[in-house]
Design a protein. Sequence first.
Length: 290
Amino acid sequence: MARIAVIGVGAIGSVIAALLQQSGRHEVMLCTRRPMAGLTVETPDGAVSIKAMVLTDPTVAPQVDWVLVATKAYDVAGAAKWLDRLCAAGAPVAVLQNGVEHRERFAPYLPLESILPVMVDCPVERRSPELVLQRGQMHLKVPADDLGRSFVDLFAGTPADAAAAPDFQTVVWRKLCHNAAGVLSALALQPAGVMQGEAMGEVLLQIVRECAAVGRAEGAQLDEQVAEAVLQAYRDTPPDAVNSIYADRMAGRPMEIDARNGVIVRLGRKHGIATPCNQMAVALLQAVVG
Ligand SMILES: NC(=O)c1ccc[n+]([C@@H]2O[C@H](COP(=O)([O-])OP(=O)(O)OC[C@H]3O[C@@H](n4cnc5c(N)ncnc54)[C@H](OP(=O)(O)O)[C@@H]3O)[C@@H](O)[C@H]2O)c1
């Protein structure tokens, strides 16, 4: 049994809490910035009502065995306020966020060896603060080291597909190729159906090719067809499907622009790789939020 704190109980954090509860082996605590009346996750196997301690004040948090962070990348500074007390006994911190800079984001707050990057892939939507709809299986991939294997063990016996990936760098860059393209929905203010258009498809290919070129320079193994595969995946998605950067823009929240596209521009510069489509997307969205 492990005492596990989940920081950020939105779409992903709620599904993670439901899975850990289903394991029947852990004591789960929910760290939120507002009180919660209740929480239900509609999973593909039925509704799970979460019965866990809810903490809203980082200054009275107990020490735990594991911390799982599932805030957006732009909320890292707030999430970090929980870490001093939760990690007082050296608990490792799994970062369940998009992008390729999980360790860099938490390096100002934690020793590098206690940070575990996690690639999280799950279609899930927050219907209200108390209700989350999980539309498919939770896939979790981590580096194939001792910490990664210990994280995978937390999910033993649950419906999650949790696994250690020998080439984690490739896993996160392949996911970034998909996420980078999602910016087109946020720019066009239209769900996935916008990718059906021929001109939009051409731009999507360019965005992903830039991402793949930078990923290869960073050591990821990405084949030449990755951009076409991402385009096909978007075109196979229901036209009304909403990705999270588009959902954030529609709701007037901050957006993960830097974690999903800015990083491609920054690392592209480092490697001398031009990334004009991503650069334009970042500039346009930054202009929107001011
Ligand atoms: N949703 C998906 O389908 C999906 C799929 C794959 C990957 N991801 C990635 O997973 C990560 C999490 O995404 P998400 O969709 O779960 O985000 P989300 O639904 O917006 O949930 C984030 C949660 O973090 C909470 N939070 C923010 N600051 C906090 C703080 N200081 N203390 C405690 N809680 C705090 C928010 O609280 P409030 O409720 O008060 O705003 C919110 O409940 C992102 O990097 C995302 O890109 C998402």
